[in-house]
Design a protein around this ligand. Structure first.
Ligand code: FAD
Length: 626
């Protein structure tokens, strides 16, 4: 095909967020030729927006911290549905990945004695988030970009030019090519010209982030349309845990144009408290049974914890996100919400203006500029916003490979690591740990197979698919996206019910033919309508996978709350829901959650395990432990 730009490499990385860039560094260090493709501008990935920090048990602020405690917190946060091996590797390897970033040129905030400073965050027993003010993601991306450039300069010095490590931004991948159960390349288009591109590669790492744009109120930006999830499904890989979506408790609620933009959890980690319209600190009324031992039941103890965490329990504002989001939802529903339908987040009455401006500079500016609120003087109005998907591509914990040979996944697009709910700070560390692993194993595989070849027939079919919206005479893509967002927000949101989920599935299925017929007008050069028309089918697949799994799982756990099935069910704790593509439909099947090793089970008290597991499971563990 004349109109297609042809490229080839050993390791193709789709996505230039933290996971993609860390994978690129590793694959290049292993001597492979690497291409990184990004839908957005280079540097404008989701990772850059991360505010609070990266969780790693370095023990710099409290020496009692260790990987075992981090592992325990992660499993508790995910309500024990996590892939335990991923959670174990993550807790063990995160400190090394943070230190390594400093060798690449990152500079984290410091403790008075010069160590990397660590801040408190929900669900973490000790101060654990390495941070740079509230702009941690920016430092992470800046550092990884700088590392990539230095690797390119090394190549140039060695006479190899840029072709060993190329970054191609503003280019969207629309299709993966698979032959004999193994991936062999990808197809996409340059957003600014509309020109097609085909890249042959024996190893592909998906690092495309999340699905947040399927919801209207979201902290996610325009490119999070579930592309990687859908590309993986269509290539024959499986998704797990798609019912678990994290609604961050604190998004902005006013003015309407900024509704959903994130208000970092660091506000609470640094002393902010949640109040209802009656001025009550209501989180003390919402401490669930399973967390009672770890959280203060009165404001005095909660406040003392900030200076004396050894003899006091944490304030309940720092419960895992799912608990706080549900509590806010209940307060608003009970008529005790703020003027614009949220609750109040108050740090002004608790910390000095100087402290707030130093610790939370972005939040200070965000509220001043977007809402004309001075957070050093007044409380913020906040409410839940769609933030993160725990569900994603099912991968092998050690290698990050999916069910499809040569297809790897890391970062938010992968599933399992966070179980039913992710702890704040655990995504930046996740993408560093598993981004590195993905790069390493993708490079290893590229050494063992012949360079693949793409056929004209494959490229012609992919191009025809991509051009179909121009031939269609259907609806406007923006209207269809709004319709999908409305269904998800109304029927598959923070509180779910079986009848409503059935309704959601019917309505989403009814959207399918309309999305297939969606039309785009104008030319191929930068055409947002055409781009969205192609993204819509990905959003639809992800939305259906989520609604189907949410209907099937009749219990409440982490980022999945069923009003008609409240409470954790120990039988469901043993079950992952796996989504695969069967023709055009999503097929769901149940699959056992891997059983933790006795050593890891031994990190928990039997009384705690009894809250989550069937008697056979935790009794077996205590017998094995002796
Ligand atoms: P991303 O950084 O999301 O990058 C995805 C990349 O894939 C982008 O380059 C995108 O353009 C590209 N892409 C997508 N589709 C395609 C396609 N079809 N073709 C080509 N390229 C494609 N987590 C923490 O741990 N700590 C925090 O403090 C924190 N704060 C956050 C604050 C905000 C406001 C938000 C929104 C999230 C925050 N998170 C935080 C979550 C965390 O930032 C993300 O989960 C994480 O950055 C995801 O990284 P990633 O590398 O998986 O993907």
């Amino acid at each position: 095909l004349n109109d297609v730009e042809h490229l080839a490499c050993d390791v193709l990385i789709i996505g230039a967020g933290g996971a993609g860039l860390r994978a690129a560094v590793e694959a290049r260090l292993a001597g492979k030729s690497v291409i990184v493709i990004s839908k957005s501008l280079f540097g404008k990935a989701h990772t850059v927006m991360a505010e609070g920090g990266a969780a790693a048990a370095m023990g710099n602020v409290n020496s009692k911290d260790s990987w075992q405690v981090h592992f325990r917190d992660t499993m508790r946060g995910g309500k024990f549905l996590n892939n335990y091996r991923m959670a174990e590797l993550h807790a063990q390897e995160a400190p090394a990945r943070i230190w390594e970033l400093e060798t690449y040129g990152a500079l984290f905030d410091r403790t008075p004695d010069g160590k990397i400073s660590q801040r408190n965050f929900g669900g973490h027993e000790y101060p654990r988030l390495a941070h740079v003010g509230d702009r941690t993601g920016l430092e992470l991306i800046r550092t990884l970009q700088q590392k990539l450039v230095s690797l390119q300069q090394d190549d140039e010095a060695a006479g190899e030019g840029e072709e060993k490590l190329q970054v191609i931004d503003e280019t969207t991948v629309t299709e993966l090519f698979v032959e004999g159960g193994a991936v062999k390349g990808a197809f996409g288009y340059r957003r600014n010209t509309g020109r097609f591109m085909a890249i042959a590669a024996p190893s592909i790492v998906l690092a495309t982030g999340g699905i947040g744009r399927s919801f209207k109120v979201t902290s996610n930006s325009w490119e999070y349309t579930g592309d990687g999830h859908a590309l993986a499904l269509r290539a024959g890989a499986s998704l797990i845990n798609m019912e678990f979506i994290q609604f961050h408790p604190t998004g902005m609620v006013w003015p309407p144009s900024v509704r959903g933009i994130l208000v970092t959890e660091s506000v609470r980690g640094d002393g902010g408290v949640l109040k209802n319209s009656e001025g009550k600190r209501f989180m003390f009324d919402y401490i669930p049974e399973v967390f009672k031992a770890q959280y203060a039941d009165n404001p005095d103890e909660g406040d003392r914890w900030y200076t004396d965490p050894d003899t006091n329990r944490r304030p309940p504002e720092l419960l895992p996100r799912d608990e706080v989001a549900r509590a806010i939802n209940s307060e608003v529903k009970a008529g005790r919400g703020s003027e614009h339908g949220g609750v109040y987040l108050d740090i002004a009455s608790r910390r000095s203006a100087e402290y707030i401006r130093k610790k939370l500079p972005s939040m200070y500016h965000q509220f001043k500029e977007l809402a004309d609120v001075d957070i050093t003087v007044e409380p913020m109005e906040v409410g839940p916003t769609c933030h993160y998907i725990m569900g994603g591509i099912e991968v092998d914990a050690e290698t990050t490979v999916s069910k499809v040979e040569g297809l790897f996944a890391a970062g938010e697009v992968s599933g399992g690591m966070h179980g039913s709910n992710r702890l704040g700070g655990n995504s930046l560390s996740d993408l560093l740990v598993f981004g590195k692993r993905a790069g390493e194993y993708a490079a290893e595989r590229a050494s063992t197979v012949e360079p693949p070849k793409l056929t004209d027939a494959e490229l012609t079919a992919a191009a025809a698919d991509a051009l179909r919206p121009f031939e269609n005479d259907g609806e406007n893509p923006f209207e269809l996206q709004a319709a999908m967002q409305a269904i998800n927000g109304r029927l598959v949101g923070i509180i779910r019910r079986s009848g409503e989920l059935e309704e959601a599935l019917e309505e989403l299925e009814a959207l399918r033919p309309r999305i297939e017929a969606v039309s785009a007008t104008g030319g191929r050069a930068y055409n947002p309508g055409w781009h969205l028309a192609l993204d819509l089918r990905n959003m639809l697949l992800c939305s259906i996978a989520t609604a189907k799994a949410a209907l099937e799982r009749d219990e409440s756990r982490g980022g999945h709350t069923r009003e008609d099935a409240p409470g954790l069910d120990p039988q469901w704790r043993k079950t992952n829901l796996v989504a695969e593509l069967d023709g055009e439909s999503i097929a769901l099947r149940r699959q056992p959650v891997p059983t933790m090793t006795p050593e890891l089970l031994g990190l928990f008290e039997t009384t705690e395990l009894a809250k989550y597991m069937t008697p056979e499971e935790y009794q077996a563990s205590s017998t094995e432990e002796g």
